[in-house]
Design a binder for this molecule. Structure first.
Ligand SMILES: [Zn+2]
Length: 476
């Protein structure tokens, strides 16, 4: 089974050819890195998209290559100026470092609970940036040695034009985003920081004031400082995906310093991923940081860009618990299913109507499959795997599942659907009513009339119900 995945780098669907083979088992090993959250506030529904999309890919990789032969790393950015600002607001009376610890621990716990509710498996590793400061400093030293980074006023800056002068097997800066340095220079803002030699130079390290988080600085700089955002991912992917397999700064074999898949939202292509590539490839002398670069599309809410000023900013927690969106609380499986019904590379419009439809379909399928497969297996049918292996073609996977759901009374079709839903993280063994009644108070049981109304609505949803959500019997 070969997976074909759309690669932003080549603009084609490329066959995944894992770079490592396990010396003991002789089996391929796949390594994947996905940029994780900056932990200062509740994650919003746009943050949920890459988490869900790459969880599906993780499940598929585990199926194809074996669960022990996939390493999935999703980092936690716990050093960032947004975190510092939030800590100062939330805990004005505490020393900043202590306030930062409280903010990041609380937000990380919220994030883990939210994505677990969305049916996502924990990644193999979730490194925190503050645990990898030494690795960042070592990479920065190497980049200065190689002449692609320089020190200025307590900062270390990376120079894309110095990188392009090195040539050799290194990629050209801008190759991922398909922009030339000249174009970028022409479009650069005029108010460039005075310590930069050129407008496109970006920060690897910056000085910290006394009350800001800081560590002893690299590259001969006196005083404390902290890393820029981009270097965090280069150092954490090195620590978790290269060093354990013989790569890293002490290895000059480019093949050992490349991993298989790097993922994230499309908004990260430039500058974040372009800069990760620049740092990693220059530090290791490798032509590629990762072989395949995958990006999920943008998310809008009810036809508009999500923003706090428009009032349509919605967090995962609000969807799961408050009824603020679409007058309903939504089960995590419904949110997950709704997210997957648009191909991951396409923009998605996240609407209440989409959630109502996802909930109806999911409940129908659950009713169809409940109890048919006592093994509770999540072994996916081969036909489903084939659809997903084509760049996670969930639309075709969903059509396939819908075709099984139409075969009423067919135990084999129901078993295939049941296994597919479990495999995709859309269901474990819950009753369909639980998908509806999720999150509501359990103080009273539904009346017979409410149950009747619920069943009738399930058979033929009137139009207004589709838009407003469905009445739900309360759990007894
Ligand atoms: Zn990153």
């Amino acid at each position: 089974m070969t997976l074909r995945l759309y690669n932003t780098l080549t603009k084609e669907k490329d066959a995944l050819a894992p770079l490592l083979r396990d010396p003991v088992t002789g089996k391929d090993r796949v390594r994947m890195y996905v940029c994780g959250p900056t932990v200062y506030d509740f994650a919003h529904i746009g943050n949920a998209r890459p988490v869900i999309v790459f969880d599906v890919l993780f499940r598929l990789l585990r199926h194809v290559y074996g669960a022990d032969h996939v390493t999935y790393v999703r980092n936690i950015t716990d050093v960032d100026d947004k975190i510092n600002a939030r800590a100062a607001i939330d805990y004005p009376d505490l020393p900043l470092n202590e306030a930062i610890r409280l903010v990041t621990e609380k937000t990380d716990a919220q994030f883990q609970a939210d994505v677990a509710a969305l049916g996502c498996l924990p990644p193999t590793e979730q490194p925190r940036a503050t645990e990898h400061i030494d690795g960042m400093k070592a990479m920065i030293e190497r980049l200065v040695e190689r002449g692609v980074a320089y020190v200025a006023e307590g900062h270390v800056l990376f120079s894309p034009s110095a990188m392009d002068r090195l040539n050799g097997t290194l990629p050209r800066y801008g190759a991922l985003a398909r922009r030339s340095l000249d174009e970028m220079l022409a479009g650069a803002r005029v108010d460039v920081a005075p310590y930069k030699k050129e407008p496109m130079d970006f920060v690897l390290w910056k000085p910290s004031a006394e009350n800001e988080p800081g560590w002893p600085s690299p590259a001969g700089i006196e005083g404390r400082g902290r890393p820029g955002w981009h270097i965090e991912c280069s150092a954490m992917s090195m620590a978790k995906l290269l060093e354990p397999f013989g790569g890293g700064l002490n290895c000059d074999d480019p093949l050992k310093n490349t991993f298989d898949i790097h993922g994230g939202g499309i908004d990260l292509v430039f500058p974040h991923h372009e800069n990760e590539i620049a740092q990693s490839c220059c530090a290791f002398g490798a032509p590629r940081m990762a072989n395949i670069w995958m990006h999920n599309g943008f998310l809008q809410v009810e036809g508009e860009k999500m923003s706090k000023s428009l009032g349509n900013f919605v967090t995962i927690r609000e969807l799961l618990e408050t009824g603020r969106f679409g007058d309903n609380v939504w089960h995590g499986y419904v949110l997950r299913f709704a997210m997957l019904t648009t191909h991951y590379r396409q923009p998605i419009d996240f609407t209440a109507e989409r959630l109502v439809e996802a909930r109806r379909q999911l409940a129908d399928w659950i009713d169809f499959v409940s109890g048919v497969d006592p093994s509770e297996s999540d072994e996916p049918p081969a036909e489903l795997v084939e659809k997903l292996a084509d760049d996670l073609n969930f639309s075709e996977a969903k059509a396939l599942m819908a075709s099984w759901a139409r075969q009423k009374g067919d135990v084999e079709a129901a078993t295939k659907l049941s296994r597919s839903m479990r495999f995709l993280g859309l269901w474990k063994s819950e009753a369909s009513a639980e998908i509806y009644s999720y999150g509501h108070s359990v103080s009273d049981s539904p009346s017979a009339a409410e149950v009747e109304a619920f069943i009738a609505a399930r058979r033929s949803p009137p139009r207004e119900e589709l838009c407003r959500g469905r009445p739900h019997p309360r759990r007894a």
